[in-house]
Design a protein around this ligand. Structure first.
Ligand code: PEP
Ligand code: MN
Length: 289
């Protein structure tokens, strides 16, 4: 492994804590939980999500506005309109937001509207994008490629660090295998290995790993048990109506129940669930009244 100099852990105590906002970090003792829909669909949708998740407690919101869809005819995301929605919700709820960046040309606008730029699986080896994100001053959530080896994954992170940005969070989201019953196969061995090999925070996305909502909670708990620093989970006010990845979306109530179920497992591995810490929570104009 090679050619990686900056990502590889030099001693067993070395670990990087990445700051998403003044209050929210990942890589320390506290688990990071990120929740939200696959795609941003409307302001009301994101307000309802934030309202329910803020006290779960979920510390950060997700929502794609530039969507890497298999079919060019499928919903491609709201684009700039979606970024405006993220800006509004992030301010109103004082919650950092994570959204995907697909092209170098999108970086400036996304870095203004969001707190963390996600590189999706399909772009893990888009080296020009990785280099440009190395010059960005926002944290990057780097998802493992669909069939990427750990060496390829680590070297993709190395691109970002070696171009100047040390704030990288690795995300295991399942790899392709032969059985279509689950969407992908969650590689928990990779989580354990990445924690040993690198000093970067490692989080798990059980939603894309398994692809079926009824299996998401079990994988989320397994990820925490095996040492993940956090989770990113898809949930939606009306899961069946989700414009993308409906089959894997949890309801907001299921998401809250899942977060509560993590406490005992977190404690067993020396971690804790996030504290509720939302000093400037305001009443959303479009949800109440
Ligand atoms: C997503 O987070 O919605 C997404 C497209 O994820 P991945 O890149 O892991 O498929
Ligand atoms: Mn998705």
């Amino acid at each position: 492994m090679l050619d990686a100099k900056l990502v590889i852990r030099s001693h067993s105590e070395q670990k990087t804590v990445v700051k998403l906002s003044e209050q929210v970090t990942v890589g320390g003792q506290e688990l990071l939980v990120i929740g939200g829909p696959c795609s941003v669909e409307s302001l009301v949708q994101m307000e309802v999500v934030a309202e329910h998740l803020a006290t779960a407690p979920v510390q950060a919101l997700r929502g794609g506005v530039y969507k890497p869809r298999t079919s060019p005819y499928a919903f491609q995301g709201l684009g700039l309109e979606g970024l405006e929605i993220l800006t509004a919700v992030r301010q109103r709820y004082n919650m950092p937001v994570v959204t995907e960046v697909m092209a170098v040309s999108q970086i400036a606008a996304i870095a203004t509207a969001a707190d963390v730029l996600q590189v999706g699986s399909r772009n893990m080896q888009n080296f020009e994008l990785l280099k440009a994100l190395g010059q960005c001053d926002k944290p990057v959530l780097l998802k493992r490629g669909l069939s990427a080896t750990l060496e390829e994954f680590i070297l993709a992170a190395e691109y970002i660090l070696s171009h100047g940005n040390p704030q990288v969070v690795l995300c295991e989201r399942g790899i392709r295998s032969f059985d279509p019953y689950t969407r992908n196969v969650l590689d928990l061995g990779a989580v354990a290995a990445l924690k040993q090999l690198t000093h970067l925070p490692v989080i798990v996305d059980p939603s894309h790993a398994v692809g079926k909502r009824e299996l998401v909670a079990d994988l989320a708990r397994a990820a925490v048990a095996c040492g993940a620093d956090g989770l990113i989970i898809e949930c939606h006010p009306q899961p069946e109506q989700s414009v993308s990845d409906a089959r894997q979306a949890l309801s907001l109530a299921e998401m809250v129940t899942l977060v509560h179920s993590l406490g005992a497992i977190a404690a067993a591995v020396g971690r804790s669930l996030p504290r509720i810490n939302i000093p400037s929570l305001a009443v959303p104009s479009t949800v109440c009244g």
